[in-house]
Design a protein around this ligand. Structure first.
Ligand code: KPL
Length: 299
């Protein structure tokens, strides 16, 4: 099968490397370069690094692609799709994979006749210059947003084959919301305090996380599926433990003075809370704090 991966960050490169072992993969990048080179370091450190060159930015390849996997950040999705959507073949599956929520409406408006799936992954990768390291293994969920279910199920199987575990979820909004909830609890705090995920284990931070989870659980229960504060807290603390040495993506964005995904994480939560008339003062405060940090370095 022919595949185009839009976005050559850590996650795009990880999926590019894996899918390229069984399919024909090209990367779509921000440049016009006809090739994209990377060194891939596998998760199993005893395995050798691989140098890889993939084709890139070839419009004919895009027109022939059976899968278009979009791995850019939420706030870049529409800008990345606008110059290319007319060249995505009508039978191609479009998979959108990013942290946070809030792009679904714009994506289905841009591509009303395509089969569209959303994905969330706990696979972790880190990219520095052209070196991509596979740093963590975790569940990927793929689920239909619009179009043909079978197409999504078939690709979920392919994904499972090349980078397990990956499964098809009958209601992708559930895993997307769970990931959003975890990001609401971990990302802003680790960005504000510039700490690792594991440092959120302290009594002071656990109090803050409980307050966040209390608001998020109410919103999730109204919007997608019932969940208690305690259940959510348990899930968040499992992720904190499993990723204790890591810096969250928002921590890194603030550290490197980049735009964060706050509008698509905490911002989306606040918007949904308002729609359900649920108060979310704790999350609103965190949203404001991250916005202030961004303003400091963007001005
Ligand atoms: O998804 C993450 C992120 O950093 O964005 C978590 C789960 C918090 C892991 O660091």
């Amino acid at each position: 099968m022919k595949i185009t991966i839009v976005g050559a960050g850590a996650i795009g490169s990880l999926w590019g490397h894996q899918l390229n072992q069984h399919h024909l993969v090209q990367m779509w990048t921000r440049t016009d370069e006809p090739h994209y080179s990377l060194t891939f370091k596998p998760h199993d450190a005893s395995k050798l690094s691989q140098r890889l060159q993939l084709p890139a930015n070839n419009r004919e390849w895009l027109r022939q692609s059976d899968l278009v996997l979009v791995t850019v950040k939420a706030f870049q999705v529409i800008d990345a799709l606008r110059p290319i959507y007319q060249d995505i073949k009508p039978t191609s599956l479009v998979v959108i994979m990013h942290n946070g929520m809030g792009t679904q409406h714009s994506v289905t408006q841009l591509l009303p006749h395509h089969t569209i799936a959303y994905a969330t992954t706990a696979q972790a990768a880190f990219k520095q210059h052209d070196i991509v390291t596979h740093t963590g293994i975790g569940q990927t969920w793929l689920g239909l947003l619009q179009g043909e279910q079978q197409q999504v199920a078939d690709w979920a199987q392919q994904f499972h084959h090349i980078l397990p575990p990956c499964h098809c979820h009958p209601n992708i909004l559930e895993p997307l919301w769970l990931k959003l909830a975890i990001n609401c609890a971990i990302n802003p705090l680790t960005a504000i305090y510039q700490c690792t995920n594991g440092q959120l284990d302290s009594a002071e931070h656990q109090q803050q996380i409980t307050a966040i989870c209390h608001e998020v659980a109410q919103v999730m229960s109204q919007e997608v599926a019932p969940i208690t504060t305690e259940e959510l807290l348990t899930r968040v603390n499992q992720v904190i433990l499993a990723t204790q040495a890591n810096y969250s993506s928002m921590n890194r964005d603030v550290f490197h003075h980049r735009t964060t995904e706050i509008d698509y994480i905490t911002g989306y939560l606040i918007e949904t809370a308002r729609r359900h008339h649920i108060a979310s003062p704790y999350n609103e405060k965190l949203w404001q704090q991250i916005k202030q940090l961004e303003h400091h370095y963007h001005d």
